[in-house]
Structures are given as structure tokens and as C-alpha cells.
Design a protein around this ligand. Sequence first.
Ligand SMILES: Nc1ncnc2c1ncn2[C@@H]1O[C@H](COP(=O)(O)OP(=O)(O)O)[C@@H](O)[C@H]1O
Ligand SMILES: [Mg+2]
Length: 377
Amino acid sequence: MTAREPRITTSRDLPLVAMQASVRNARTWAIDSIEPIELPNSERASSRRKACAYPSFVEPRMPLSLADSIELTRTPFDQLPQTALCQLLGVPYVHVQTESGDDLFLTQWGWPWLESLLPQNWYRDRYYKTSGTRLRFSSGAVYRVPIVGPRSLQVVVKFSRMGQYLDPSCLAEGARSESTAQEPNFSSPFEEVAALEQLRNSAVRPRVLTKRALAVFSPAERFEDWQLGRQLHQFERQARSLLESQAPSAPEKVALDPHRNYVVLFHWMNGVNLEECVEQGRLTLPEAQLINRMVLADLDRKGFEILDHKPNHVIVKFRRTGSLLQRHGRVVYALADFELLKLKAHAAEGATSGPEPLLLNGYGLRESFNDHGPVAT
Ligand SMILES: Nc1ncnc2c1ncn2[C@@H]1O[C@H](COP(=O)(O)OP(=O)(O)O)[C@@H](O)[C@H]1O
Ligand SMILES: [Mg+2]
């Protein structure tokens, strides 16, 4: 590993009051504003100069250099040396820092794709926008991007709305009372991945298929508070919980930076969402509603809820004959969108109570879903 000069500023050097002052004027944003506002070039340069005057919120640490991480790429994730991993909210990541200071945190799912997920293959020059497609049904900045890099793959690039104003009208009915005591808020990228992994690993059956989180990316570029639109109290709580989740003895800690943007990368899932199914006449409205109820019941049994759940988050698959893929009489589905996935306040780890899973017969069950390739695993 190449030696790096320790950074001088730490989060301890940044008094709370300074952060409060810097975020005090942040505006509340509508749910559909996600990417930072673009400034004309001249203004952007001066804003960057100003932004650099802020003290860094990042504690000194030593992520892997690009060269070091590439040397390790042949090592399976579970055989990586402990020194190559950091544990954030219970999820292990490999933290790679590029020469320009971009941070890439790869999950076990993203690690085999390291070289393809490097920012030059999807982020530079807004490639995700020029070559990707903004996802229909999205309220934020969410793109499907084909990466052609060393190994091609399709990813979903999703800009995190952490700390931004969450319009209560976007929440599903009753979501507020059911969820944690906290005011509903967009998860931080690391909270989102942690909740997703918990849901995926829940011992309560049936297993819920989801898209996989491949990585969290934070470009080095710094932004003004008003460009990111984060509310201080929420951001600060999320930043604190990330710090607290790391071992006190950890020599280097990962901290959320109030002036940087965060992006979560997911694997693309093939299939059709329930809303499209109805639009395309593949399912009737009552059929789609029934499947949606099954999904909600599955989440409930596992002790989770998605505060802004919508039928378009549920992806199903059809066989060539037009029949819906099912396994053991249940429709096989996969879930997308975990920005508002929360563990219910009352849910104990490994809870087994809750409604019985619905069985959906009558959609022309054929062979198992797996022999057509999973929607996502
Ligand atoms: N990885 C994925 N694979 C397939 N479809 C996806 C994936 N991620 C999102 N989608 C589809 O795109 C829609 C919009 O994305 P979503 O993450 O829900 O955006 P937003 O958070 O803005 O609502 C989802 O409802 C889903 O239908
Ligand atoms: Mg959504």
C-alpha cells in the first residue's frame, strides 16, 4: 500500500457550530431535486474555491490506492485481508480512493466488478447521463447505465438524497406511524445498503429477492450547501451513526462529508414492474394489487417497511408464453428502491410473527424461475 500523508483536519476539528452555520441556509428541496444544481463554469470555479475553504469532515484514514486494489482483484472478497476492508453499519466494504480523491466503497457484490465500476467507466463527463437512461417512475436522479469497461454490465446509478427534505405526501399511508420514532428521512447511502443487506439476509421466509448494491461512490468534487440541499439535523445524525458504527479502535474511520455527493450503484434487474404490467395488459389491476399485497405482507413478516412503497418497485418476469414466473405457487418478484427501507421500530431480529404469506395460484405456473435466470439474487 502506498504511504499517504495524513490529513490534518479531522471531524474533531470541525465544531458543530461551524457545521450548523454552514448548513443553516440550506433550502428545503422538493423530492425530485437530487443532483446538485449546475452552475455556469465561471461561477462553478469560484464556488469550488469557496467550498475548499470549509474544513474537511473526513477523518484521516488510509483507503486502498487504485493500484493496490487492482492487485487484489483476483482475491475473492471473503479472502481479502482484514486491512483491505472497512465495516460500515455492519456491512464490509473495500474502500478505494482514486488519485483525484474520489472514494469508491465496494460491497461483496461489487468487488468482482471493481475495474468496470471505476468512475471513468460511468461517471466521468456525466457518462451516466449521456449514455444512460433516466429511469421511468423515478422521482430523483436515477439512471440505467450500460458499462462497457473491461467487463460489461448494466448498472443503476442513483444519487443519494440523504438529508434532503422528504415531502410527506410521497409516503405510503400509515408509513409514519409504523416506522421508527424518528421523523421519516432518506437513508444515507451506507444506511440504505445496510438495510438492504439485512432484508436480503433475513432468516424469515420467504426470501425476498432484491437488486444488489454494488458500491457507494463519492466524487471528490465539493459542493455548496445550497447545491446539495441537506438539512443539518438529519445529516448530522446520519454522519454520527456512521462514525459510531465503526470500532472505536479503528485507526481510520469513514465519515460522511457534508460537502460531497454520494451515489449508490446497483445491479440492473431484468423484468417488468407491476405498474407496467397493468399498462401493457399483462396483468389485470386486481392481479397486480394482489401481488403487491403479497410483497407488503412479506416485508411485514420480516419486520421491514418501505415508506414510499409503490407497485412500480415490484419487478416480475414473464416466460415467452406470457405466463408469470412463479415458484411453489408464489409469484417470484424482486424489489427495487431502498432509499426509504426501514426496519420497523417494533421488529426484533429474526421476528417470525406477521401475516401468512399469500399463495398466488392460477397464473400458469411453469418451471422454477431459476431456469430462466433470476430477476436478481
Ligand atoms: N436495479 C433495477 N433494476 C430494474 N429496475 C429498476 C432498478 N432500480 C430501479 N428500477 C425501476 O426504476 C423505478 C424508479 O427507480 P427508483 O429507485 O424507485 O427511483 P426513485 O427513488 O426516484 O423512486 C423503480 O420503480 C423500478 O421500477
Ligand atoms: Mg421509487
